[in-house]
Design a binder for this molecule. Structure first.
Ligand code: TMP
Length: 205
């Protein structure tokens, strides 16, 4: 059994990743693995406050660079307080979003330099980034139709999410060993089984 595995779930709004991260967590716990389920932004007490600022619809004036640094501040805090200690004690860490979100949303969506973002991601995580990433892929129109009360990040035009999705797919194509693309249009149970199979293989490696 592999120890200290770091798994992230990624995808655009309404792709179903939060549901699937929870299901995988429950499954791994029943299989006897020491496991934690966490999220970005919002995985620590301080991060929850940062998340509030980021998702507050009233914060229309937030600039793309300020937004980027808030996501990075959240990640720095989350890495130190949650991810590193869990990996050090050989737990499996499942996180609902991580570094790829910043590349896709701030790099793809907001068109901030990808190279700068990659460097900053390395800096705030000290290089502790996911070994495995599950990308739930769905058309933005379908994903957004699933959202009821939209937050600040969910009020962009469709074009924004199309750019985000494209970057996610580019990352997956460049790193097929790390990133597993799963069709978010499938039934919840089918997706769950697909993820389980993939993770089980990784755990046996
Ligand atoms: P969530 O609703 O999946 O928790 O994510 C919150 C929003 O934050 C979602 O719209 C994606 C966005 N986001 C970024 O733009 N950059 C990031 O680095 C992260 C982690 C999330």
């Amino acid at each position: 059994m592999k120890k200290g595995l770091f798994i992230s779930f990624e995808g655009i709004e309404g792709c179903g990743k939060t549901t699937q991260a929870k299901r995988l967590f429950k499954y791994l716990v029943t299989q006897g693995y020491k496991c934690i389920l966490t999220q970005e932004p919002g995985g620590t007490g301080i991060s929850k406050k940062i998340r509030e600022i980021l998702l507050d619809k009233e914060n229309k004036k937030l600039t793309p660079i300020a937004e980027l640094f808030l996501y990075l501040a959240d990640r720095a805090q989350h890495t130190e307080e949650v991810v590193l200690p869990a990996l050090k004690s050989n737990k499996i860490v499942i996180t609902d979003r991580s570094v790829d979100s910043t590349i896709a949303y701030q790099g793809g969506g907001r068109e901030i330099s990808m190279e700068t973002i990659k460097t900053l991601n390395q800096f705030v995580t000290k290089g502790i980034t996911p070994n495995i990433t599950i990308l739930l892929d769905i058309e933005p129109e379908k994903g957004l139709a699933r959202i009821k009360n939209k937050d600040r990040m969910e009020l962009e035009k469709i074009k924004f999410y199309k750019k985000v999705r494209k970057v996610y797919l580019d990352i997956a194509n460049k790193e097929p060993k790390r990133v597993k693309i799963i069709n978010g249009n499938l039934k919840i149970e089918e997706i769950e089984l697909g993820i389980r199979k993939f993770i089980q293989k990784q755990l046996l490696k």
